[in-house]
Design a protein around this ligand. Sequence first.
Ligand code: PEP
Ligand code: MN
Length: 266
Amino acid sequence: MKHSLDILPLQSWINTGDKPLIIAGPCSAETEEQLVSTAHLLANTGKVNVLRAGIWKPRTRPGEFEGIGSVGLQWLKRAKEETGLLTATEVATAKHVEEALAAGVDVLWVGARSTANPFTVQEIADALKGVDVPVLVKNPVNPDLSLWIGALERINGAGIKKLGAIHRGFSSFEKTAFRNEPMWDIAIQLKTIAPELPIINDPSHICGNRELIPYVTQKAMDMDMQGLIIESHIDPSVAWTDAKQQVTPAALSDLLDNLSIRHAAS
Ligand code: PEP
Ligand code: MN
């Protein structure tokens, strides 16, 4: 499969030295206190590069918490000012892109449900024209490598050269130990097709529960993935979304200490 990606190496836009890029933070921004206190604990580990938090949450079914909305951008701003962490959030519409950029969010990501829809991806790409911001594209919910590459090409086509892919696993009707099947072979194929593209693993959404996360994380490192995005909450048991898979900042710190990393990220 051919592709036409024109991208900059990860280390040219976030220098993580010889370590993988670590993005961590709550699934959702819930309250200002929850986000800012989690950010402080994560920053204090000295192991996190970017604070993540969903502000606009794409729920599979209606009737659940759909994100705190734009006010959360101000909380991210405060967390950044107080901790020095870069910030990242999910964007799913042109309006999200405009608001997140206006609020100074450092890294944007496209969620798995959005990647599955080329109209949505194109809308996001059009809103990014002329903007210099790193964008990470999650794999689509379904195991379709072309759809993933197509989304990366659309964002890249808008002029975004600080580009990365997030491997968050794939939905299947069969229930297995994983919330989303990792289907590692798809990530391997992406790596083969676009070796220069950084791939960041999202063990939280692959596993769906805290217990499996260390194994998937180690596997991602063994595959020389260049980063991790891990959901971390000050008190996961009361999280408004994805409670079973979030880890405390202390648990995240232990997890990272116990990883064996063979290669420096490049
Ligand atoms: C998330 O990162 O919280 C999220 C909604 O992820 P995904 O798009 O992978 O389901
Ligand atoms: Mn989540």
